[in-house]
Design a protein around this ligand. Structure first.
Ligand code: ADP
Length: 152
């Protein structure tokens, strides 16, 4: 089965992530949305909230599974029998960062990373900008799916 893991913090999921996931659906039989838990990182939304946002956004999509994980993404891929990692690219900064990780993951485990370039009109969206606007009381609804926009 052609299975991909889409790893991320999803703090919170944005319409940029949704764009990548929806466009990747025809390429894979299953996509696992995997929230990486990093004990050193501070998140705006709890793990439970982030899982809820993902599950709610894709509740009608049979091919999508949501989980959280600790440790290496390649270890999760092996455990879940997924041959691919899915990532999105917004700009040259993303590319530079993703390149070394993708190359390392391939060396470590022979797992290919499939990159989709953000759709035009979506590359300005990032979780960090959403968090910043939300923290300062601004309108962020146009950058996120409904479940996040309605969050308290
Ligand atoms: P991480 O903390 O691992 O960077 P994120 O949740 O921020 O996790 O991002 C997960 C993936 O989604 C990354 O590959 C990132 O480049 C991609 N991504 C984030 N925002 C967008 C966007 N607007 N368009 C396309 N890809 C995006």
């Amino acid at each position: 089965m052609r299975k991909a893991v889409f790893p991320g913090s999803f703090d919170p999921i944005t319409l940029g992530h949704v764009d990548i996931i929806e466009r990747a659906l025809p390429l894979f039989e299953e996509i696992i949305l995997a929230i990486g838990i990093n004990a050193d990182k501070k998140y705006m939304f709890s793990l439970e909230e982030r899982i809820h946002f993902l599950a709610e956004t894709f509740k009608a999509e049979q091919k999508i599974k949501v989980l959280s994980y600790e440790g290496l993404t390649v270890d999760l891929c092996k455990k879940e029998n997924a041959g691919f990692i899915l990532r999105g690219l917004r700009n040259a900064v993303d590319l530079d960062y993703e390149k070394t990780i993708g190359q390392t993951n391939y060396k470590m485990a022979g797992i290919e990373t499939v990159f989709l370039i953000a759709s035009s009109g979506k590359s300005h969206i990032s979780s960090s900008v959403v968090r910043d606007v939300r923290k300062n009381g601004g309108n962020f609804a146009f950058m996120v799916p409904k479940s996040v926009a309605e969050s308290k």
